[in-house]
Write a protein that binds this ligand. Sequence first.
Ligand code: COA
Ligand code: AMP
Length: 629
Amino acid sequence: MRYKDMYRGWQQDPDGFWMEAARDIHWTKVPTKALFDDNAPIYDWFKDGETNACYNAVDRHVDAGRGDQTAIIYDSPVTDTTSQITFGELQTKVANLAGALTAKGIAKGDRVIVYMPMIPEAIVAMLACARIGAVHSVVFGGFAANELAVRIDDARPKAILAASCGIEPNRVVSYKPLLDQAIELADHKPDFCAIYQRDQQRADMIDGRDHDWDDFQTGVAPADCVPVTGDHPAYILYTSGTTGNPKGVVRATGGHLVALNWSMKHVYNVDAGDVFWAASDVGWVVGHSYICYGPLIHGNTTVVFEGKPVGTPDAGTFWRVIQDHKVKCLFTAPTAFRAIKRDDPTGALVGDYDISSLKSLFLAGERADPDTIAWAEDKLNVPVVDHWWQTETGWAIVGNPLGVEQLPFKIGSPTVPMPGYDVQILDDDGAPVAAGELGAIAIKLPLPPGTLATLWNAEDRFRDAYLTTFDGFYETGDAGYMDEDGYLYVMARTDDVINVAGHRLSTGAMEEVLAGHPDVAECAVIGAADALKGQEPIGFLCLNSGVTRGADEIVKECVGRIRSEIGPVAAFKRAVVLDRLPKTRSGKILRGIMVKIADGTEYKHPATIDDPAILDEVKTALTTIGLAK
Ligand code: COA
Ligand code: AMP
């Protein structure tokens, strides 16, 4: 089938399209229809069906006689380990952990936070929750205790599953003290924690609250899969919004299973048994959809990689993993390729490995720059597919569906909308603009299965953040245009979200932390262009009158504050001190112009600016840290 026929088929009969896709999922009660729109503009998918995500990801492959197939390959250059887990072994591990959770009182609907590095136990933890209908919320290890505490207070977990430590190339990250501090900071307290002790650093346990991962599973009865309805929350994943309060994206079970399973063949063109590698982290949406659920539901072997594209030990690591595990499809962020290209510009290391198993490379998480795509195509000699999506959607909005038809690539475009997504470019009044004209990228409701159902405990925020700007549409927060052939070009965010090394961060959240410094009267954070990470956060600080301490000292403290309150992942390293910030007469900070000054691109003095001279002050300050060239 060709892409156009498939997309038209979905447009003509959306319910038929998704019910057909739902046939590839195991249901204990088959849904009678796909879409439930009685509560529009909040929609449910497969609501009257019953299923279990863990059964679909694990048990059904064992039941189909494929228990000996490898489910997970763990490859960890930072610990010099590789190991494999079959679907049969995974079933045992998951059932045992689910049994231990059940024995401790965790039941359907209870929340469980997972705070773990890239080890197979993180996947086991997620699936064990899914097995008993508990709602997991995985928190990325690069966040500080305070961010974990915010999530604990919002999700109110009964239990937390964590590891003693994570391993970054330059240090061991002690997870347990961060966890203890987060629980201390949070108002809500979990009933218990289970800690996976790693040999690299064992954690001190708190009597009565903390249990050893292995000990608490000893002697318990393994748990069976608990059927849940299609609208049951599979997980909550927090993502950055415009303020310091992260948004808890809720993924409902039925649509999540159907859409991810569909995407594995139609988008990524892999078949059961093929090795699929998403080089991301379980703490991000890519990790949820394409390290854990997507490949496993579809019967693929997934790679859990604990390392970096460079430095573990070198820029050839990706090629070594592809060779050793016969990876067919690699999915990563463009920044990973920029890092490899920086260390090995000619791609000499590619030649040291046999990467003939690789059939495609998919990039997402940030804009893929044409140079990086061209370099990857040249060195790997496979289709390089940029695809655009968000934590909220859980799977590709726009892409090139290799399993259906490889459409011609156009530089700078992630190609065309996937079925289920009616993508439109709207002007400020919500009217569609002509082909080639820039506007807000919006998606006509309903969003397809697998996308966010709502925000956890915050339906009003869900409506306000996504559904109110354009009546009948979901607002993506991205701006761009569509050409005459329906190819989308994603150009920029329309809000204060920035993207640093493929990680989504809120400048608003950073501003809240900086504003908390006792010497800071006012501040702003922008994302300046960065050749490696795409964007780098840059702070602007105005100090209280009477502060006599050196600016360098205060900047250093602010950098430390963001690291300890948001986390190292914010990669906030630089700030400048100004007497005042550029503002409009009505007091709005002109962040857009500050970005242009930092990037050295052309800008016009806005008519509404309070005092144009201040833009020169911004420029002078930025040149002192090597920007504004
Ligand atoms: N736990 C604890 N700390 C973490 C962490 C984790 N899971 N992940 C990152 N960090 C820390 C890093 O150690 C670093 O700390 P430092 O300031 O002490 O050096 C900081 O957070 C910033 O990390 P990162 O943005 O990853 O930068 P880097 O310089 O260490 O590495 C890249 C640069 C490009 C190699 C790296 O960002 C990368 O591999 N990017 C791919 C991104 C990706 O997969 N994104 C997922 C979306 S698909
Ligand atoms: P996240 O929720 O972390 O996946 O971040 C989603 C945001 O990252 C999107 O709204 C875009 O701003 C950006 N993004 C993701 N993929 C792409 C892409 N392929 N091209 C351009 N921007 C992208």
